[in-house]
Design a protein around this ligand. Structure first.
Ligand code: ATP
Ligand code: MG
Length: 564
């Protein structure tokens, strides 16, 4: 048994759940749900909610439903439903067949509305949307009563039925709850329950021309499904009295009801998280699609090279808070590095090559040198990589006139070629017109290969390389942050978030890798020595491998943690 001290500290929602279990609330049932609106692809913020809802169900032997809150046919689509299911599965959570839709409850919700009308607590209002909005008043000034507020029950029932039957034009009438036009909570000022919308619904087709508002559907959907803990983000705290009010009208006071618990949504630096804005980026081709590797969507992160484990680890690490905060995107990057460091195979690649010739190495000779596949996992074994007279090295690993503390290659200086020999730079050749270095000429010390007498001879720098004759040309996509400011959403200077789009967020280059990556499949992951973690893009084909750089090796978060 775990001792009290070793017990991991609970976050506040776990504490609520444990207290409910202790008191045998809801016969000890724990039932959560993840309720996306299928109007876009899921993002890393949703991942937090998924991990929380499905995680609680797993931890406390409960259940978690997948429920699509599809009350707005104008913006919803099956494409989104499918992508959401794929993403939840990919994160390795299982709704065990409980795939539900708010639209499945339209008839039941309609019945609830009739019930509330019969109690004299809802009315059909003929005011325009604009009028209703201006009549709502302000938090400090009561709203105006609608002239239709005192319609009698029979007339309301008749009009509401005729709304359903399609007798009125879109926007002509709405059904409103009759609550309190002076309430300090604006959501209680006779909120709209139903509107007329002649839109084709992705599930109910043309069956309905009135649709419940999100507010009228959400709490009752939770109730219908027997949800015990209805977890949502903080902005819904002010909606809670309204959800309660709706339930008060249709269920007995002592009957079971879902408990709403609010937590702080995930905000990430250098990232936007609103689906409306992400959709705008896609529609206006600022990115190549929802799964563009620069997008914070789950599909984008997947294509970027993130693993489900890394995202779940991240969700765990950020915890669950009650107050809004901003998480450093470096923590997300740290999470994938931790995972890939343990699991990815190391390979050599050169993405900005310059040719290096070893003058004293025998012409035509090829040696197969042993290289470690993953120093973090000896079980991953070794491979042989070809070494020859002509190599590629990274252009940045050579400087003609180096600053002090530059330990890589420079004229007269020695470095080790990883898994191979120590070389010394003897001379360079340049393009006479551009001044660009075209070849670096070196000599090697044949005694310094692994296993030979001078193999332990120390030099300050080690660089990676590829044999020119054996290198495989590949396309490499280097990503940077999509936005160049920490909070692209802040409207401080009245600027639109799009003004903060970084012009350098994608750089496509031709590079080279070891030919041992031939046959790699979409989403296979590698560490290219010294360059970062890379993932095979699904656009790759037999003729051309494309690698997405997931992250570089430099872990900004590890530094931040050290400082704290
Ligand atoms: P948007 O405001 O961008 O439209 P949304 O919150 O309306 O997003 P939904 O599809 O309604 O998107 O979200 C489904 C669930 O995911 C909700 O329970 C919501 O609380 C949760 N969620 C959405 N964004 C975040 C976030 N950034 N952090 C944590 N949970 C989130
Ligand atoms: Mg929402």
């Amino acid at each position: 048994m775990e001792s009290e001290q070793n017990k991991p500290t609970l976050h506040f929602i776990q504490a609520i759940v444990e207290e409910d279990l202790r008191r045998s609330k809801n016969e000890k049932r724990i039932h959560t749900r993840f309720p996306p609106e299928p109007n876009g692809y899921l993002h890393i913020g949703h991942a937090k909610s998924i991990c929380l809802n499905f995680g609680l169900a797993q931890q406390y032997n409960g259940m978690c439903n997948l429920r699509f809150d599809d009350t707005n046919p104008a913006k919803e689509d099956v494409e989104y439903v499918d992508s959401i299911k794929q993403d939840v599965r990919w994160l390795d959570f299982d709704w065990e067949g409980r795939e539900y839709y708010a639209s499945d409850y339209f008839e039941q919700l309609y019945g609830f509305a009739i019930e509330i009308i019969k109690q004299g607590k809802a009315y059909v209002c003929d005011l325009s949307a604009e009028q209703i909005s201006t009549d709502r008043g302000t938090p400090t000034r009561p709203g105006n009563l609608s002239p239709y507020r005192e319609r009698n029950v029979e007339e309301n029932l008749d009009l509401f039925k005729r709304m359903r039957d399609g007798e009125f034009t879109e926007g002509a009438r709405v059904l409103r709850a009759k609550i309190d036009m002076a309430s300090p909570n604006m959501h209680m000022r006779d909120p709209i329950m139903y509107r007329i919308l002649y839109a084709h619904h992705h599930r109910t087709g043309d069956k309905w021309c009135i649709y419940p508002t999100y507010d009228f559907a959400h709490g009752q959907s939770d109730f219908i499904e027997g949800i015990t803990h209805s977890i949502c983000t903080l902005e819904f705290e002010v909606h809670r009295p309204l959800y309660d009010w709706f339930l008060d009208q249709i269920i007995e006071p002592e009957s079971y009801r879902p408990q709403q618990i609010e937590f702080a949504r995930l905000n990430l630096s250098y990232t936007i998280m609103s689906k409306r804005k992400l959709l705008e980026l896609v529609k206006n081709s600022h990115v190549a699609g929802w799964d563009d590797p620069r997008m914070p969507t789950i599909s984008g992160l997947r294509r970027r090279g993130y693993t489900p484990e890394s995202i779940r680890y991240f969700a765990e690490k950020i915890g669950v808070a009650k107050r809004d905060n901003m998480i450093d995107v470096a923590l997300l990057e740290h999470s994938i590095r931790e995972d890939l460091n343990k699991h990815s195979l190391r390979r050599m690649a050169v993405i900005n090559p310059v040719k290096l010739v070893i003058d004293n190495y025998p012409e035509g000779q090829v040696e197969m040198l042993e290289a470690v596949n993953n120093p973090e996992n000896i079980g991953a074994g070794t491979r042989k990589i070809p070494f020859s007279k002509e190599l590629y090295i990274e252009r940045e690993d050579f400087i003609e006139n180096p600053p002090s503390k530059f330990f890589r290659l420079s004229p007269g200086n020695e470095v080790r070629l990883k898994y191979a020999y120590i070389i010394r730079c003897e001379s360079i050749m340049k393009n006479p017109e551009t001044g660009e270095i075209t070849e670096i000429h070196c000599t090697y010390d044949p005694e310094t290969r692994s296993g030979l007498p001078n193999s332990n001879r120390k030099v300050k720098g080690t660089i990676h390389w590829l044999s020119v004759a054996h290198a495989l040309p590949v396309e490499v996509r280097l990503f940077d942050r999509l936005f160049n400011v920490e909070n692209p959403d802040s409207q401080e200077e009245g600027q639109d978030y799009k003004t903060h789009l970084s012009p350098d967020s994608l750089k496509v280059v031709m590079g080279f890798t070891e030919n041992s990556v031939i046959g790699a499949k979409a989403f296979d992951k590698f560490q290219f020595e010294r360059l970062g973690y890379f993932c095979v893009d699904p656009e790759s084909c037999n003729k051309k491998l494309i690698f997405n750089r997931t992250v570089t090796l430099k872990d900004a978060w590890a530094k931040i943690e050290k400082r704290q």
